[in-house]
Design a binder for this molecule. Structure first.
Ligand code: TPP
Length: 547
């Protein structure tokens, strides 16, 4: 009779669910789980910090529309993932954290790395459970994977007390769950769809707002049909690219005018949180009619005056909306779309001035323009920082669904580097470029070693403006003459990839940016382009970009 340990059972369950890659930091009491994963043929990505490992897993999962899985040890190894769980849940990215914990027999008496891991994990998760026996590992891993992707995706936590991982049981008692349920998408109420169709058809100034829920449900094609009926739309930062950004109805660059002017809005798979100005005046018109298509009914109770909430899968709802509108003539004022397009052009012209600056030190708008000009259309883009992230949002286009990553709803620094690695590992065939501030890079920069080791040939572009938002906070918000706590040394970040035999570039002049980026993209190794940017440069205000 063959016996297998709990770690191997977990690995078999992962394989049965179609997972082929896991992330983590090797540690007790999860050694058997790492070994089991290798024995079952999973790719195991050993990382340098659990927080980054979990961000990589989140990006891998988001790219694939599958659970991203991270395996970590006990105590601080698990607490290191708390931020990532919180971020994954807030940003609706599917993440499964499998954490080892002190053996039951040592609890309460000062066991090694003893810690109330369930309590640490709970607020960041949509579901959590503790393994109670080796025989139930298969079932509980099956549940964890399913819960992370069902409904609104997010983080889940499964706690493995040490004795459950190493214990061996006869293989036939492992209880692997081979059958994965096929979930049919939640269909909308046809009457509600008719009402939205009427609302859009009768509106003079209709507007669609697209959130990342639409990307999760693969609503891109249906949305393209809808916007091409002549309806302008804005997209949330991670909802970009669902409909390719060069669609003429895309008006993020005129977003303030679009929000203020619309008399009917349909929010699709997004939330009325700070990113969309809470859906409140004065950023929205008085009396605007709002409908919201959303998987989670609770999300429809928010700060915005929502008139109609439709609980449904975004793709199913948009497909039905298209059918309901087929053959109808929209009453939309023909000047509405044209005025937003004109506003977009004038905002873009304003940006173009900054993008064309030849200054040294380099203006960050110029840097991002150069990135935009060399980026392949199918590239995944990860942006992180404050000044640089805002500029990237304004300038870098996305043409592919679930390929634009940023600090998300929580605004968490330290996501850009691991997201870029995670998405590259999910789609090694496509380029992955991270544009990050010097602080944001430093928050997870050591993961370039992980990238080099596992062959994730990301191109990192570091905008080095010597501080947290350059010198803006230091010079204008902190007391004059105080120690420079928001400033950073102009450190030579390109040496971070030299230490792992990657491709490095150091750029100080605007005309050097493009050739450096081209060499980095062609390098076929992990690459870092370190660009000295102007510490005094700030983002242009005026609502030209999406927060
Ligand atoms: C985890 C976390 N810690 C701290 C912050 C606060 N914060 C916002 S932006 C920022 C740094 C931005 O500097 P940098 O990455 O260099 O980009 P820049 O704005 O200079 O382009 C920090 C620390 C945060 N958002 N997230």
């Amino acid at each position: 009779m063959t016996e297998i340990d709990g770690g191997r059972i977990a690995a078999k369950q992962l394989v049965a669910a179609g997972i082929d890659t896991v992330f983590g930091v090797v540690a007790g009491p999860m050694i058997e789980l790492f070994a089991g994963a290798q024995a079952e043929g999973l790719k195991v990505v050993g990382c340098r910090h659990e927080e980054s490992a979990a961000f990589m897993a989140s990006a891998w999962g988001w790219t694939h529309r599958k659970p991203g899985v991270v395996i970590v040890g006990s105590g601080p190894a698990l607490t290191n993932t708390v931020t990532s769980m919180h971020v994954a849940t807030a940003s609706a990215m599917p993440l499964v954290v499998l954490g080892g914990s002190t053996a039951g027999a040592m609890r309460g008496i000062g066991g090694f790395q003893e810690c109330n891991q369930m309590a640490f994990a709970a607020p960041g998760c949509k579901w959590l459970e503790q393994v109670d026996s080796t025989e139930r590992i298969g079932e509980l891993v099956h549940l964890a994977l399913g819960k992370s992707v069902s409904g609104r995706p997010g983080a889940v936590y499964l706690d493995f007390p040490a004795e459950t991982v190493g214990r061996r049981v006869p293989e036939e008692r492992a209880g692997i769950r081979r059958l994965q349920p096929h979930l049919s998408p939640a269909q909308p109420d046809p009457t509600a769809i008719e009402r939205i169709a009427d609302m859009l058809a009768l509106a003079e100034r209709p507007l669609l707002m697209i959130g990342k829920g639409a990307a999760w449900s693969d609503a891109g094609r249906a949305l393209e049909v809808l916007v091409d009926m002549g309806i302008p739309y804005v997209a949330s930062p991670m909802g970009r690219g669902i409909v390719p950004d060069d669609n003429p109805h895309f008006v993020n660059a005129a977003r303030s005018a679009a929000l203020r002017g619309a008399d009917a809005i349909v929010m699709i798979g997004g939330r009325f949180n700070w990113i969309f100005g809470f859906g409140r005046q004065p950023r929205y018109a008085e009396g605007v009619r709002i409908a919201q298509i959303e998987l989670e009914a609770e999300e429809i109770y928010n700060a915005a005056p929502v008139e109609l909430g439709v609980v449904a899968d975004a793709r199913a709802a948009v497909e039905q909306l298209c059918s309901a509108l087929e053959g109808q003539t929209l009453r939309a004022d023909s000047g509405w779309l044209a005025s937003l397009q004109a506003q977009r052009r004038s905002n873009e012209e304003l940006l173009a001035q900054a993008m064309n600056l030849d200054d040294t030190p380099i203006n960050p708008y110029r840097l991002v323009r150069e990135v935009r000009d060399v980026l392949p259309r199918d590239a995944a883009i990860s942006v992180d920082g404050e000044t640089i992230m805002g500029i990237c949002r304004a300038i870098l286009p996305s043409y592919r669904s679930r390929a634009m990553f940023n600090a998300g709803t929580t605004g968490c620094m330290g996501t850009g580097v691991p997201y870029a690695i995670g998405t590259k590992l999910a789609r090694p065939d496509l380029p992955s470029v991270a544009v990050v501030g010097d602080y944001a890079f430093g928050a997870a920069g050591i993961e370039v070693e992980t990238a080099a080791r596992v062959g994730a040939n990301v191109v990192f572009v570091v905008s080095n403006n010597e501080g947290i938002a350059g010198h803006m906070i230091q010079d204008h918000m902190l007391p004059v003459g105080s120690p420079r706590i928001a400033s950073l040394l102009p450190a030579r970040y390109e040496k971070m990839v030299e230490m792992v035999d990657g491709h490095s570039e150091f750029v100080e002049r605007p005309e050097e940016i493009r050739p450096a980026l081209e060499r980095a993209l062609a390098a076929d190794r992990v690459a870092l382009v370190h660009v000295r940017t102007d510490p005094k440069a700030v983002r242009l205000s005026g609502g030209n970009y999406l927060q």
